[in-house]
Design a protein around this ligand. Structure first.
Ligand code: ADP
Length: 368
């Protein structure tokens, strides 16, 4: 066995490069060049025997997809060993396989490198997304803190406005003329709606920032819906609305904060009353779903909501531009509050509606 030093190999390579007939044969035509050859390249044989320091040799093309990329040289030192045509075939096959293996290794390396690059890009994007998320959280917290601070500041003077208006309306500072009484009652009424708006704003920001401590307990949906029906009976009677509660017997209780759950129902049913025509119908249904959750829906056959507007419901202050809203006052905070309360219970609110036919507000709550 014989090997070559780096310098020797360099010399051999130089010799090959300087022999156009050999290059043409091995690289361009992908044939073997050997000491057995008798064609025109044979005159190069003695030179290569000398430089290779062998008594016989075979140089076979290292083949890749786009042709030969080099040559594999094998040979014998002993003058008594004679190469055969069969040896040429073996070296030819070996060189072809080496070419294939080198090509595969290159492809593998390329795939590996692009995989690494991809991984780096994913990591980079993940870092960017996390920092964007952190920024959103900070901004959202700032927004909640701002709303909370402003609401607190507004509540105090409002309480005294309302207090004085009540004193005046009650005639505690002397009987008021009818016209003044009417105005004072208006102050009182508007102060009530303003105070409700401020309370809703405060609640949204508290729930959003997790500052409201929910008192979870097992709650019977039937009980809560029955008392909802009783509570809203006068408003429903006024519009001759039919109230249907469809709660299966033996339905398990939900795990919820009673006060907050009542607000969900009051807001949803209150909206339904607002948006159904006289003689309309409101249906409350509840059922168990597969994943340890209960599903509750409040449906009405009212004016409905377009798909475009559904997508915006739950955004603070959003109200659909329609005839009813033009007449009836509202803040556009009710659904946002409902959404936050449900999400704080690990539930989800979904809305389906058809314009002119009615709407269904469905939410899930965990079983107790
Ligand atoms: P508000 O009732 O004070 O306007 P909400 O947040 O409760 O605020 O509701 C936002 C808007 O969603 C309403 O103004 C209304 O346009 C629409 N909406 C809510 N509930 C219904 C419903 N049952 N039918 C039709 N539209 C509804």
């Amino acid at each position: 066995m014989i090997g070559y030093t780096v310098e020797e190999a360099r010399e051999i390579l130089k010799e090959f490069s300087n022999s156009p007939s050999v290059i043409d044969k091995v690289i361009n035509k992908s044939h073997t060049f050997s000491s057995l050859d008798t064609d025109k390249s044979s005159k190069e044989i003695p030179k290569f025997l000398k430089i290779l320091n062998l008594s016989s040799f075979i140089c076979a093309p290292i083949m890749q997809k786009n042709g030969a990329v080099g040559g594999l040289v094998m040979g014998c030192e002993s003058p008594y060993t004679h190469l055969t045509e069969g040896d040429k075939d073996i070296v030819y096959i070996l060189a072809a396989q080496i070419g294939q293996a080198v090509e595969n290794a290159g492809l593998f390396e390329e795939t590996y490198r692009s995989h690494q690059e991809l991984e780096q890009k994913v990591q980079q994007r993940t870092r960017e997304l996390s920092s964007a998320l952190e920024e959103i959280k900070t901004i959202s917290k700032r927004k909640s803190d701002f709303i909370s601070a402003v609401s607190h500041e507004l509540r105090t003077p409002l309480t005294s406005i309302k207090g004085y208006a009540s004193i005046l309306a009650a005639g505690k500072l002397g009987e008021l003329p009818e016209a003044a009484k009417e105005r004072v009652e208006k102050i009182n009424k508007h102060s009530d709606s303003l105070s409700q708006l401020i309370n809703n704003l405060l609640d949204i920001s508290r729930i959003e920032s997790g500052r409201v401590e929910l008192k979870f307990e097992p709650i019977s949906l039937k009980n809560i819906i029955d008392s909802l029906g009783d509570m809203l009976a006068p408003a429903m009677k006024e519009k001759n609305i039919e109230f249907v509660a469809d709660i299966p017997l033996g339905l398990s209780t939900v795990r919820a904060d009673k006060g907050q759950l009542e607000r969900v129902f009051i807001n949803l049913a209150g909206n339904a009353i607002k948006f159904v025509p006289p003689g309309g119908r409101i249906t409350v249904r509840a059922k168990a779903t597969e994943n340890d959750m209960l599903q509750v829906s409040v449906s009405d056959n009212g004016i409905g909501i377009s798909n475009n507007d559904i997508a915006k419901l739950g955004e603070e202050f959003f109200r659909v531009d329609n005839e009813v809203n033009a007449k009836v006052k509202g803040t556009g905070l009710g659904l946002s509050l409902v959404k936050h309360i449900i999400e704080a219970h690990k539930g989800k609110l979904t809305i389906t509606s058809t314009l002119g036919k009615g709407s269904t507000f469905t939410f899930t709550l965990p079983k107790a």
